[in-house]
Design a protein around this ligand. Structure first.
Ligand SMILES: Nc1ncnc2c1ncn2[C@@H]1O[C@H](COP(=O)(O)OP(=O)(O)OP(=O)(O)O)[C@@H](O)[C@H]1O
Ligand SMILES: [Mg+2]
Length: 436
């Protein structure tokens, strides 16, 4: 039934199913390990406290347990008391990918609002449409037992009547639309906002487009509006800038060697050109049937090329890139979340924040580079962080097709001081031993 063409090579089905078993086994075993990790002081999921001890309102506690959370992660345990303190305190917080930052600030917003007040009190902005949507879904789930707290989505395509004032206590959105809602449409009274959250805060304040809009929103808020900044990465220059923008912040910062997760194994494959990368990818994909995979390309054009070729080979592939309509984007990500497609080919639009538990493989079909062609370490960390969510195991595979891209791998290795292991995708035995 599941015949697979792997560029002429007939891969022995018995070998393949053995590999699948190994991978499936490691995924399942890992799920049971979350609780173990939460008691290991070296793990970012570690906590000494329980959710009860964090003094959440009973309705919120119910929401948390309803999501299947048993214990807070380290960032949740550390950040929640700071965010809920009176008088309010600002916070700049860094925590590894997939360690539960969303729940941390969602709980803070849900605790913070006064449901009796029918106006917007908390504003949360994130860099992409998909991410804002996802955060909103988490807030809705978490706030399931707080029926009086309402949420509005300040994202493209969500048209609102001009002149009315929103009654929703929480607005989550992307900077452009939220700015319009504050200024052009006046749906929100910025002076009444008492909590301002920036997810993926480093891109929100460092990349030009987002930065201008975020700053324009920020300028309209009162000076004692509480500010909460979250990300898995903060470049040094961004830290300095953040500390200038945010008065007297509490700071939760990782050491460089703590930024990457042990649970994500990193590899590179040496290829000649894009056709060769494609073959390597098919080999990998063929071996990882049960996994969901995310494949990153540098350009929309490359993403489209890759999608077309994978589809030609008979693979079920979804493509998500920035130029699609919001309806298309929403439906692609929803289908992928539900496992309708096992593979998502994308550009950097999906590099940050997207949380799909079953993703066990991330492929950098093109390596992340900045405008000068140097390694983009932050984007790299976010991309590989789409796998290995909350203690799960994951694999990241980088396609290297030139001396330049080998240099980039070396730069990334040096930056995080983490080994990236060479992988030969035509050697099934080697793959089996390395990826078990
Ligand atoms: N205390 C908890 N117990 C169990 N699972 C949790 C807990 N907190 C969060 N999770 C789960 O962990 C996953 C990752 O969480 P989240 O998306 O908030 O990570 P993140 O820190 O924002 O990562 P990124 O830097 O990639 O955005 C989610 O699926 C979430 O449901
Ligand atoms: Mg996140």
């Amino acid at each position: 039934k599941q015949s697979r063409k792997i560029d002429g090579d007939k891969v022995d089905l018995a070998e393949q199913s053995l590999l699948n078993k190994l991978i499936r086994h490691s995924l399942v075993r890992n799920r049971n390990q979350v609780e173990v990790l939460q008691r290991d002081p070296t793990s970012p999921l570690y906590s000494v406290k329980t959710f009860e001890e964090l003094r959440l309102k009973p309705d919120l506690l119910k929401g948390v347990y309803n999501m299947g959370f048993n214990r807070p992660s380290r960032i949740q345990e550390n950040a929640l008391p700071m965010m809920l303190a009176q008088p309010p305190q600002n916070l700049i917080a860094q925590s590894q990918s997939g360690t539960g930052k969303t729940a941390a600030f969602s709980l803070a917003m849900l605790s913070h609002v006064n449901p009796a007040n029918k106006w917007t009190q908390c504003l949360c902005i994130a860099p992409t449409y998909e991410l804002a949507l996802q955060i909103g879904q988490v807030i809705e789930q978490m706030g399931k037992y707080c029926p009086d707290v309402k949420l509005a989505y300040g994202i493209r395509g969500n048209r609102m009547e001009r002149g009315i004032k929103l009654q929703e206590q929480i607005v989550i959105g992307t900077p452009g639309t939220v700015l319009d809602w504050c200024t052009k449409y006046r749906l929100i009274e910025p002076k009444k906002i008492t909590m301002f959250v920036l997810d993926e805060a480093d891109v929100m304040i460092a990349t030009q487009g987002h930065r201008d809009q975020s700053i324009r929103i920020h300028r309209q808020l009162t000076k004692d509006c509480q500010m909460l900044l979250f990300s898995a990465t903060f470049e040094d220059s961004v830290w300095r800038f953040a500390e200038q923008v945010v008065p007297d912040p509490n700071i939760i910062r990782l050491k460089r060697e703590e930024e990457t997760l042990d649970t994500i194994k990193q590899f590179y494959v040496v290829c000649k050109e894009k056709e060769d990368k494609f073959t390597a990818l098919c080999n990998l994909y063929g071996s990882l049937t049960i996994a969901q995979a995310m494949i990153f390309c540098h350009t929309r054009k490359m993403a489209a090329w890759l999608t077309a070729n994978l589809t030609k080979e008979g693979h079920q592939v979804a493509l998500l890139s920035g130029e699609m309509t919001v309806e298309q984007r929403a439906s692609v990500i929803e289908r992928y979340r539900n496992g309708k497609e096992k593979v998502l080919v994308t550009t950097n639009v999906c590099s940050r924040g997207i949380d799909v538990e079953q993703v066990s493989l991330v492929v950098n079909f093109d390596l992340p580079v900045d405008m000068d062609g140097n390694a983009d370490n932050e984007t790299y960390l976010h991309r590989i962080g789409r796998t290995g969510r909350f203690g799960r195991r994951g694999f990241a595979v980088n396609m290297v097709d030139s001396k330049h891209s080998m240099d980039i791998i070396n730069q990334i290795e040096m930056h995080f001081n983490r080994r990236i292991t060479k992988l030969d995708t035509s050697d099934l035995e080697e793959m089996e031993s390395l990826m078990s």
